[in-house]
Design a protein around this ligand. Structure first.
Ligand SMILES: Cc1cc2nc3c(=O)[nH]c(=O)nc-3n(C[C@H](O)[C@H](O)[C@H](O)COP(=O)(O)O)c2cc1C
Length: 200
């Protein structure tokens, strides 16, 4: 059975992004007959790239010894999960206008030269086959208003970065104003459910 990779990032049990992400993943699994594979970066955050990882990652594959291969085991696990997935769901908080550190660290493990992208004079060319990636991002504050109350660096960042490894079919749903009371939460959830139905 094909799989849906469900990546969750919030460290909170009462997380809004986890709640909506679960609904989205359940809907997509039912509609497309997929098995859900969970990668919980909130409970088990990836380590930051250290010297061993960086050296091994930059080294051509044929020069790697056992130490370098060992330094890339987690990266290979994450990339393997992506390669195996027909669909990817990522639910995440917004932290300081962009992705949380745990999701950034996961990105650093999966965006690897000669493995998931190759460099050309025109920029990075992705080596993964494209597949839908749906991102649910929970934000405490609003984005509307003139001037905008805050800027969203999460949507362009995650879309551009995943495109660099070949994943161009990315849609991001921002759940905004979640720290502004029950009415705001309800409004965000109503919008989310309509978006989830369209994903079916
Ligand atoms: C470290 C930190 C940074 C945050 N930065 C932002 C931000 O830039 N913009 C925003 O709207 N909310 C921000 N928030 C609020 C969270 O995005 C909000 O609480 C969200 O609901 C968290 O997701 P969760 O409910 O899935 O855990 C931040 C929260 C934390 C803890």
């Amino acid at each position: 059975m094909a799989s849906l990779l469900h990546i969750s990032v919030s460290p909170r049990a009462a997380s809004h992004s986890r709640r909506i992400g679960r609904e989205l993943a359940a809907r997509l699994c039912a509609a497309r007959g997929l098995d859900r594979v969970v990668r919980d970066l909130g409970a088990d955050p990836p380590p930051l790239p250290d010297e061993r990882f960086v050296e091994a990652s930059l080294m051509p594959e044929e020069r790697r010894g056992p130490d370098e291969v060992a330094a890339l085991v987690l990266s290979e696990t994450y990339i393997g999960e992506l390669e195996a997935a027909a669909v990817v769901v990522i639910d995440t908080p917004m932290h300081n206008f962009t992705v949380p550190a745990a999701l950034k660290a996961w990105i650093d493990h999966v965006v690897r030269p000669r493995r998931t992208f190759r460099s050309t004079p025109a920029g990075k060319v992705g080596l993964l086959a494209d597949r839908p990636v749906r991102v649910v991002a929970a934000c405490g504050g609003p984005f509307s208003g003139t001037p905008a109350a805050q800027r969203d660096f999460l949507t362009p960042y995650i879309s551009y970065t995943l495109a660099a490894i070949g994943l161009a079919d990315v849609e991001v749903l921002l759940l905004e104003s979640l720290a502004r009371g029950a009415e705001s939460v309800e409004r965000a959830e109503t919008g989310a459910r309509a978006w989830i139905e369209r994903q079916g």
